[in-house]
Design a protein around this ligand. Sequence first.
Ligand code: FES
Ligand code: FE2
Length: 466
Amino acid sequence: MDKIKHGSARYKGPSYQDLLNWETRPVPPALRATTDTYLGSEPLSTDCYLTREQHEREKENLWPCVWQSLCRETEISEPGAFFVHDIGATSVLVVRTKDNAIKAFPNACLHRGRQLKSGGDSGLGNSVDITCPFHGFRWNLEGHFEGAPCQWDFAHLDEKNFDLPALRLDTWGGWVFVNIDGKAPPLREYLGVVVDHFQRWAPEKTYKSLHIKKVIRCNWKLAHEAFIESYHTVATHPQLLPYTGDSNSQYDCFSNIVSRTITPMGVVSPHASGTTEEQSVHQWLTVYGMAAGGELSELPAGMSAREYLGEMNIQRFSEMYQQDLSPFATHSEVLDAILYSVFPNFAPWAGYRPNVTYRFLPYNDSHEMCTMEIMLMMRFPESEARPPDASVQFVPADQTLAETPGIEAGLAAVFDQDFSNLPMVHKGLHSLQSGQIELANYQEVRIRHFHQVLDKYLNAGEGEER
Ligand code: FES
Ligand SMILES: [Fe+2]
């Protein structure tokens, strides 16, 4: 087999960029951007998923060094509201202070180390101050030390220098981010093109209408990787093929931190040739629970499924948000899966549709279990009060999304298909005698990109640039 040449591993039919040429409204530069990245074809060692040693290295050299997304600013909107974020063996406490700022601290008492707050499955809670339940050392919401019982016994402590150490914190798009070691580049620099690209879609104007936290029996990276390629659609989600341009997808690696897949919808998959445009529309409506009207007998003359569904969604979402999207929203922005990843584990969808945002984390400090969070971010009419953010629904490993309320049956089925693979991937990796896996040159380039960046983090020496 000839070695792959840069840019040659592509489906030969219409690309996502070709589909953009048929848009009737101006296409934003964010969608025109493409990187055409080839990062090599070497196999990948399975050790990074299976060994405890790798997990410990990630705890040391990955999680503290990145910007981690924690919660929505609106979830801790009142003074005293807090959020607890557990990562590996450690925990971060984020609080809304009296003067409406947000602060983050290592979630540990400076006396004998008890975890200061626990937020249960949701991570959320409320408190007038930060008092340790063990012996009662007390800090105010700003983290200033306020005293301890029998303080005469701590004459050796300088109470003026006994504040909780603040962690580096910043916000973007309504999300609170923390960088634990304080050495990452500024958040906006870290987010790179995400800042520019998302300006148009204004995630800060959305609220969280659904939040599912699903436990999966696999390494957290395997779960993440199942959601950054559309290559698996043909085998895992065949019901999507009538309206999903899986092999027409575009994959971009913009920087070490940001990558993206755009999978066009409302186009028939190259794997499902013979599907009519009407069948394409019908299947889309079925999966989204909107096919109650029965089969669509005929599309207006000359209209494609993409055009039909695009215009339909522009109208639906305009009504939903009470904002006329028709002058500027492209079909891509109301139909397609436009999925960004911010290294290492935060993945917001983009566009004007109700967009999910994913987050992947090791579960209970395990390298063999993880949680995947599925958060549905919704726009709302600007004339109306912001609806409250949904609280977390915890879904144990053995519960399917079909059994979980609040998620459309057709979409729950898609996630359950993914979740049925993941424990089998983790298990299968143990049986691979070669100790390595193979990756597609283009459609799995984001996985290769992720691992190359992860290795940079894990191998960076003290003070070295990542
Ligand atoms: S450990 Fe917190 S007050 Fe003693
Ligand atoms: Fe999937």
